[in-house]
Each structure stands twice: as structure tokens, then as C-alpha cells.
Design a protein around this ligand. Structure first.
Ligand code: CP
Ligand code: NVA
Length: 307
């Protein structure tokens, strides 16, 4: 039975530990020698496509890229038939999808014979969360993810896919997570990658950015207008205007607080130039760790001692 990487919530702690360790392994290996990974993107991507492609190549494999137009998941052809076709030729299929439920359809269709990797869905962005944890641990605990217990991380903005996977990943490591969003943009209960289902760490919901950043070690934000919500752009800019991560807000934080953003950034909306380009910003280390994260996920998927 193949391993899947669909949410952080789904994984056992020892599997997450293997992923974090494998992400930073200095050893060259040929885990994917001669093997293909199908990459399907229903939405645009720079970092995820680049990090997936380069990590597969680093491990000796090759990728085939399929755009939304070429595949037409559940439009040109059913997700079931796409999955069964790809499983004849690929060991791994990594997808960025509109609807998280596609993963379950593809898993069932292939009887778990092809590994699936979630490269962002409407409810989760778990490869980003692995990169975020690696970035935070590198800065605060010399890379030891097991020492992040008690760290205070505040997410400010639209609490969607990135916020959900980030929260789950950090809660599972015992961190204190505050999610600060206006009414209508706060974390939703249920669905894939549910922060409310995690028993460890602590989760606080807030609607005050000033309160949220006051004791934070890390402040994190993401787009106000996620992919697929473009029609709501004007309303979202108004609703989220007072949740911008700017210099004035960061003055309320303590010295040493760092800022993260998954990118792409919308400078002047959720974050200002002064903050994203400032000394507290770790965004380029986050980008670097997107590739580390993919190495960890791919090595874990192919690890031989499936138990
Ligand atoms: N952060 C992230 O997933 O970036 P892309 O959308 O460019 O892949
Ligand atoms: N929340 C954003 C993340 C982009 C990486 C989106 O879904 O568009």
C-alpha cells in the first residue's frame, strides 16, 4: 500500500518526524532513480512547481507536468479515470486542486497503488507547512522541531488553506497558535486539515491583530484573495484592511519577532514592503525550505520500512 501526503493531520507523529529529518538529510540518494512523478496543477504556482520539480530531480527521478486544461479533472474526464490511468505509469502523483475531496476519489480509484501528494487544496497546504516548521525551527531551535513546544505563533489575515496546515503542524509540535481574522474569515471547523481536532498545543482565536502579535515569536500572513476568490476582491480588501501586517502593527510585537509569508505576496495588501523586506522577515528561508520539505516528503513516501 502506498503512502499519501494529503494533510498534516492524517500523519502519525513518527511519520512527521521522518519527514522533518529527511528534509534536512545531507546525504545524496537516488530514492526516485528512474521513477516518474506526475504533477497536476489546477491552479497557478511558482514555488510549489519549482520545489517539487527540483526535489524529484535531486532524488534521481523525473516529472511530467499536466496543466488544468490538459487534464480537466472531473470535467474532461473523471478524477477516477485520471487516477487509474496515471497509476499505470507513475508511482507518485502530486496535485494542486480546487477541491480537497479529489484526493479521496483518486485514492479509492487506485486502491492506494499510487502515492498522492497534496500541493495545495482549498483546505490544506501541507508541503508549505513542513517548510514553515523547518524555517521556524532553523531560526529558534537550531533546526530541532521537537523543541518548538511553547513557541507562540500568530497568524493574521484570511484563515484558509495555509493557516490550517500551519496551525495543525505547529499544534502537533506543542506550539501556542493564535489565529486572528475578522468575522467570516476565521478558521472553519471540520474538513480536511482541522486545527480544532488537534489535542496538543493550544489554539486561540482572536479578532484583534494588536493582541495577537503582542507576545508572538512568529507573525504569519497570507493573501487576502486566495486563488478562486478573485470575484470577491473588493469586499475582501475592505473586510481585511485592518488586518494588514505593517510596521505599525509590528511595533506592538516584542523585539526578535519574525515574520513569515508563504508567498506570493500582495505588497500593500496583507503585508507592506517595509515588513516583508525588513530584518524580521524570514520569507526567503521559507522559500529555500520548500525544496527541503519536498525532499523530506518524497523520501518518506519511498522509505522501505512501511509499518
Ligand atoms: N507558497 C506557494 O505555494 O507558492 P506558489 O503558489 O507559487 O506555488
Ligand atoms: N491561500 C493562498 C495560498 C497560495 C500559496 C491561495 O490559496 O491562493
Amino acid at each position: 500500500m502506498s503512502r499519501h501526503f494529503i494533510t498534516i493531520e492524517d500523519l502519525a507523529y513518527k511519520d512527521l518526524a521522518t519527514i522533518y529529518a529527511g528534509a534536512c538529510s545531507p546525504f545524496d540518494d537516488e530514492t526516485l532513480k528512474g521513477q516518474g512523478v506526475a504533477l497536476i496543477f489546477e491552479r497557478p504556482s511558482l514555488r510549489t512547481r519549482a520545489s517539487s520539480s527540483s526535489a524529484v530531480q535531486e532524488l534521481g527521478g523525473y516529472v511530467t507536468f499536466f496543466s488544468d486544461e490538459e487534464i480537466g479533472l472531473d470535467t474532461r474526464e473523471s478524477a477516477h479515470d485520471v487516477a487509474r490511468t496515471l497509476a499505470q505509469m507513475y508511482a507518485i502523483c502530486a496535485l494542486r486542486v480546487r477541491d480537497h475531496r479529489v484526493f479521496e476519489k483518486m485514492r479509492v480509484a487506485t486502491n492506494d497503488e499510487m502515492s498522492l501528494i497534496n500541493l495545495l487544496s482549498d483546505t490544506a497546504h501541507p508541503t508549505q507547512a513542513v517548510a514553515d516548521v523547518l524555517t521556524i525551527a532553523e531560526h529558534f531551535t537550531r533546526g530541532d522541531v521537537d523543541q518548538l513546544s511553547g513557541l507562540k505563533v500568530s497568524y493574521v489575515g484570511d484563515a484558509t488553506n495555509v493557516a490550517r496546515s500551519l496551525s495543525v503542524a505547529l499544534l502537533r509540535l506543542g506550539a501556542h497558535v493564535t489565529v486572528c481574522a475578522p468575522e467570516g474569515y476565521q478558521l472553519a471547523h471540520g474538513g480536511g486539515e482541522d486545527p480544532f481536532a488537534i489535542a496538543s498545543g493550544s489554539l486561540l482565536l482572536s479578532d484583534s491583530p494588536e493582541d495577537a502579535v503582542r507576545d508572538a515569536d512568529v507573525v504569519y500572513t497570507d493573501a487576502w484573495v486566495s486563488m478562486g476568490f478573485e470575484a470577491e476582491t473588493q469586499r475582501r480588501r475592505l473586510d481585511l484592511a485592518s488586518f494588514q501586517v505593517n510596521e505599525s502593527l509590528m511595533k506592538k510585537a516584542k523585539p526578535g519577532t519574525v515574520v513569515l509569508h508563504c508567498l506570493p505576496a500582495h505588497r500593500g495588501e496583507e503585508i507592506t514592503d517595509a515588513v516583508i523586506d525588513g530584518e524580521s522577515s524570514l520569507v526567503w528561508r521559507q522559500v529555500f525550505h520548500r525544496r527541503s520539505a519536498m525532499l523530506g516528503v518524497l523520501r518518506w513516501i519511498k522509505k522501505e520500512d512501511h509499518d
